[in-house]
Design a protein around this ligand. Structure first.
Ligand code: GDP
Ligand code: MG
Length: 433
């Protein structure tokens, strides 16, 4: 129990200011996390520099440690950079036109069908257009998908994409389709022929949206192709697919940073309903790969009474910390949820500890302290053998339990002394916390 209490305790007590020294380890971790998530290294460098500059010298909230606060700044900045909120489609023409572009295999055809499904849910009447004429299989694929989701697919002469698109627009007007989704051809690599064909189609249909589909698994390459497409066409946004796989989605951050255009949707399965509106705050944690440390930070912030934390800190400094405070501390910890919940949110925390046992002993601790008189709580030294016997009886425990608790309390007091000496208990995110 002592050990776990110690951990939770440390969570509760921030100290001082953010300095290069006390966030050194956290910076390293964040950098690694972003690189592992496939964020472009230039973007990582810029991002880290910006965030470090922003946080240096910043006063640390009482309930945080410097590196927790740093991570919070990182998270906020990340969300800021990803765009604060979702970016809806802007469909103003009648019929509205959405042009899907991207490299082969990125998910254009699948995403076209998914988007049609999504728009129909919003009450629209979409028409899908198969304009990828270089691969007959691609046309059949869209026709097949259209049948599956019961949405019409226009294929035209299956030869000239510009003609197909022109005829498709007429068809849409005739059939009162209010949104046309163009599935265009991609290549394995960017080439001039593809780009000029796409430009020609864009000039013809004047799309409301040109969405580039990017495969999240392609990592660094995605950034280069996004840049090239954005320079050749007036992209309105991106769809990042295959986020249901291992990819952590660093691509999202990179393309947003490099092109300045928003990610509007993410693909999360192969199925027609596997498309979601992109919400920046939901992927920040995933990109950082810090487990749910971020939500833990929110939880601490929401639950710890600032005033109480300050009071407690003063007591630390004066080395006054009686069993009442010990109990207070326990209550604070309980407010944050069970120890099991908290441990679960901390990456790298031991999973094999006896959680049920420690919950139980926490309750026991509470019962024991409740059975003491106020005087005894203030001055535990009063507890001689007969008093301990009374407390044990009153709390339904044994003398050994009472002794164990007093030992935990002593250890925590020792910890406080260390705290006073060092000014802070821990540095770096290692073994967090
Ligand atoms: P296109 O060449 O750009 O038209 O790509 P396709 O639409 O044919 O997709 C290529 C492959 O990626 C297909 O096997 C799709 O099922 C798959 N795919 C597309 N989007 C997703 C996604 O979000 N998640 C998963 N798991 N697979 C996807
Ligand atoms: Mg295709």
């Amino acid at each position: 129990l002592q050990d776990k209490l110690g951990r939770a305790f440390r969570l509760l007590s921030g100290k001082g200011r953010i300095s290069e020294k006390n966030i050194e380890e956290a910076v390293k971790q964040v950098k690694l996390s972003l690189l592992e998530a496939d964020v472009n290294y230039k973007v990582v460098k810029e991002f880290i520099n910006g965030v470090t500059e922003k946080s240096l010298g910043e006063e640390v909230l009482k309930s945080f440690s410097p590196d927790q606060q740093f991570i919070k700044i990182v998270r906020d900045e990340l969300i800021n950079m990803l765009g604060e909120r979702s970016s809806p489609l802007r469909l103003s023409s009648q019929p509205a036109r959405i042009m899907m572009v991207g490299l082969q295999g990125s998910g254009k055809t699948t995403t076209s069908a998914k988007l049609a499904t999504l728009l129909r849910k919003e009450g629209k009447k979409p028409l899908l257009v198969a304009a990828d004429v270089y691969r007959p299989a691609a046309i059949d694929q869209l026709v097949q998908l259209g049948k599956q989701i019961d949405i019409p697919v226009f294929t035209g002469d299956r030869r000239n994409p510009v003609v197909i698109v022109k005829e498709a627009m007429q068809q849409a007007i005739k059939n009162i389709n209010d949104v046309v989704i163009l599935d265009t051809a991609g290549r394995l690599h960017i080439d001039d022929t593809m780009m000029s064909e796409l430009k020609e189609i864009a000039a013809l249909v004047k799309p409301d949206e040109i969405l580039m589909v990017v495969d999240a698994m392609t990592g660094q390459d995605a950034v280069n192709s996004a840049k090239a497409f954005n320079e050749a066409l007036e992209l309105s946004g991106f769809v990042v697919t295959k986020l249901d796989g291992d990819a952590r989605g660093g691509v999202i951050l990179s393309i947003r940073h490099v092109t300045g255009k928003p990610v509007k949707f993410i693909g999360v399965s192969e199925k027609p309903d596997g498309l979601e509106v992109f919400y920046p705050d939901r992927v920040a944690g995933r990109i950082l790969g810090l487990g749910d440390v971020l939500s833990l930070i929110d939880k601490i912030q929401a639950n710890v009474d600032e005033e109480k934390a300050r009071e407690m800190e003063e007591k630390f400094l004066k080395n006054k910390f009686d069993l009442e405070d010990f109990l207070d501390q326990l209550r604070e910890i309980k407010k944050m949820g069970s120890i099991a919940d908290i441990l679960e949110m901390i990456p790298g925390a031991p999973k094999d500890v006896d959680l049920a046992g420690s919950e139980k002993s926490m309750k026991r601790t509470e019962a024991i302290i409740h059975s003491m008189t106020l005087k005894e709580r203030r001055n535990p030294k009063l507890l001689n053998y007969s008093r301990k016997q009374r407390v044990a009886r009153g709390s339904g425990t044994t003398i050994q339990d009472v002794n164990k608790l007093l030992k935990s309390y002593d250890q925590m007091k020792d910890m406080m002394k260390q705290f006073n000496r060092k000014g802070k208990l821990r540095k770096g995110i290692k073994g967090f916390p």
